[in-house]
Design a protein around this ligand. Sequence first.
Ligand SMILES: [Zn+2]
Length: 409
Amino acid sequence: MTVILRNVRPWGEAASDVQIDDGVITALTPATSDAVIAGEAAPTGAVVVEGNGRILLPSFSDVHVHLDSNRIGLPFRPHTGAPGVWGMMLNDRKNWRDTEASVADRATACLGAMIERGTTRVRTYAQVDVDAGLERFEGVLAAREAHRNRADVEVIAFPQAGLLREAGSADVLEEALKLGADVVGGIDPCSLDRDPVKHLDIVFGLAEKYGVPLDIHLHEPDQLGLFSAQLILERTKALGMQGLVTISHGYGLADLPAAQLQELIDEFAALDISMATIAPAGQPLPLQQLAAAGVRVGLGQDGQRDYWSPYGNADMLDRTWQLAFTSRFRADELIEHCVAVATVGGASVLNPQAPRLASVADRPGLNAGDPAELVLVEGDTVTAAVMDRLPGRTVLHRGQVVADGLELV
Ligand SMILES: [Zn+2]
């Protein structure tokens, strides 16, 4: 199966034609004229996709999204959550069952909207706890199945309510892993469960038992966040889980003195611990420092218009703008780096063997041999595309067009 993307600008560079065979980029050549492409240049039977001079990027990788809680497309409702993780969790628990649509329908609709906007690689949470049991997990699995030919989706069994506050929480988590969850989640071992050793021993134990990666939400501030991070480092090293642990948020990094921050980043690099950010206000990750140390970083949308927050709209290009904005970036190179984080950066979080960003200037993902996980966007330059976020997008997964003009194909 051969596809030719005609007249596209990889990473905003010179116009090229890109050949894709069996889902892999096989050749990039200077863009051909209409006459040549209509004649013998295109391999017989090739599908030609007209780029019309648009920018070609690797598709987006949303590595931190809660598909099970979103309300994308449903009537807007006022925010009712109390502050703090526990207060928000209780607000969600009070409301999710009465939502206008089922978890499966909401997750399927949201994932579809994400694909339409250019995301084909996803790592989503599914909350498992004594209230929801496996209902939300099963809803997310249904969404993955509905879009199985349009995106690759990893599902994290996520103990949003902690593991130690309610009896039976760890059992439900393990049940989800038995049913095939791809990743085990953890959350704020000090501030939520108030017993970091016990919490981390449970989640690392499950990761080892089921041979899955681990992703830990870490909202904890300053020295508390550092303390939890050090316990995570100890266990990653002891269990030989290099490359398999992701710290999400890591808000505390923004509070640390410079020397402690650099030391922690160096330890992340040494144990190949990756990070996922949602581009929060006020506590940006030090993206340049992380890139310089070789730490894998990805971007995600977190909850989207849900019982936790009204933000999020299924568009990773919007969230890329937010990453640049909250990082206070203006230089084109740094804004383009945000695009690299949102695309191939996230892909390397999902797969530590995938190409990773070597520096803030690195723009991999569009060379011969790379998977044809691609998105075409409108814009004079990559930075302009981030600023304008125009609708003329075409999305390819495994070399096939799966969405065009913000609609699934
Ligand atoms: Zn989250």
